[in-house]
Design a protein around this ligand. Structure first.
Ligand SMILES: NC(=O)c1ccc[n+]([C@@H]2O[C@H](COP(=O)([O-])OP(=O)(O)OC[C@H]3O[C@@H](n4cnc5c(N)ncnc54)[C@H](OP(=O)(O)O)[C@@H]3O)[C@@H](O)[C@H]2O)c1
Length: 332
């Protein structure tokens, strides 16, 4: 008899999608040349959508195991770069979307997608960072390659209380940037200051932007919210400044104007983490391992068992989750 393991699995029952914690076998996993015993996964905004929101937009084949990232130990490998016992991280590459994902005790994946765990991090630390932290670092790297430096005045992080936002605030302050955190939640101001924000503004500030060019404030921006917030912050970006746009938690459409682009030379740089190159992944994870202290990671992290994921999904879709939620897939 094949050995079973636990996973959150979505199956189709007539017209309905049924997503639940089930006992399944390896035949339910997508193909791959490396098998991993997963230790931790996480709940990102996209996982919230997969578990409870518009599932079809995230899970593109059914049956599917959701979960867009994981950390764990290799237990079988036909890939030259990985051996049994190696500790590895995987984010993106269609995991939980077109390839069975991380909310499971096991995964079978393409070894070309894996990154070896940096020696400074534990498997839990890696998922405290997860897709959100990896994306935050890609945003920082884009700002840097567009000329934004710690001397370029303040950097704005929107949706600062969320996963990407919290890690972005921590990384930027570690790198010596003066970070302004934008949030809708007054109760998390102390938390954001502990992560390194030098000041905090209410996201509602952006509702009152009325002119095509506002006083110059931001040398760079990491925007996780999109929508009206993105449209409204554009007129306040400084000459030659850059916005790294990675999220749409507040909506996908925005309205703004061209004057900041043609009169101040500002840049709007999209950031995509799912198919980031393996070279950029190695650079980003190496930098993450060196930029985030254990105390900051503990500060942003809440750990839950795998059966709690639906509850967390509801909270993340309502914008109520603070920081990162790590899922211990071996705790039910
Ligand atoms: N491009 C990529 O490859 C990539 C990778 C990872 C994530 N993302 C995207 O980045 C975004 C953030 O992801 P996450 O995992 O950090 O999500 P998250 O933990 O839910 O954080 C999102 C934050 O955005 C703010 N927010 C939510 N709804 C809002 C609204 N209607 N108006 C204003 N602010 C709102 C909230 O911050 P406050 O409570 O502080 O206001 C919330 O905590 C998501 O859209 C996600 O899909 C993209």
């Amino acid at each position: 008899m094949t050995k079973t393991f636990k996973a959150i699995q979505a199956i189709q029952i007539q017209d309905d999608l049924d997503i639940d914690l089930r006992d399944i076998g390896e035949e339910s996993l997508s193909e791959g040349n490396v098998t991993v015993d997963i230790s931790y996964s996480t709940i990102n905004y996209k996982d919230g959508l997969a578990l409870l929101g518009n599932q079809g937009r995230v899970m593109r084949t059914i049956p599917m195991i959701p979960g867009i990232d994981f950390s764990g130990k290799v237990v079988r490998s036909e890939h030259n770069d990985f051996n049994i016992g190696d500790e590895v991280i995987l984010t993106g590459w269609g995991l939980g979307e077109s390839h069975t994902g991380g909310l499971s005790q096991k995964a079978r994946v393409n070894g070309d997608w894996l990154v070896k765990l940096p020696k400074e991090l534990s498997l839990k630390d890696a998922m405290s960072i997860g897709t959100a932290g990896f994306t935050a670092m890609l945003c920082v790297m884009e700002l840097e390659s567009n000329g934004v430096k710690p001397s370029n005045d303040q950097i704005l992080v929107t949706g600062a209380g969320g996963g990407v936002g919290s890690i972005a605030v921590s990384i930027l302050s570690h790198l010596g940037f003066e970070v302004v955190a934008s949030t809708r939640r007054s109760e998390i101001h102390d938390y954001l200051q502990e992560l390194g924000a030098s000041s905090i503004i209410d996201s509602e500030t952006f509702d009152s932007v009325s002119r095509p060019l506002m006083p110059e404030l931001w040398g760079g921006v990491i925007d996780t919210v999109g929508g009206n917030v993105l449209g409204a912050l554009i007129p306040s970006v400084k000459y030659w400044g850059c916005i790294a746009s990675c999220g749409n938690a507040g909506g996908i459409n925005f309205s703004s104007n061209v004057l900041p682009f043609i009169l101040r030379g500002i840049k709007l740089q999209g950031v995509e983490s799912v198919y980031a190159s393996i070279e950029n992944r190695k650079i980003a994870w190496d930098r993450l391992a060196k930029s985030l202290s254990k105390s900051k990671l503990n500060e942003v992290t809440n750990i839950v068992g795998i059966s709690e994921v639906f509850n967390i999904a509801e909270q993340i879709l309502e914008g109520k989750v603070k920081g990162r939620t790590v899922v211990d897939v071996n705790n039910f």
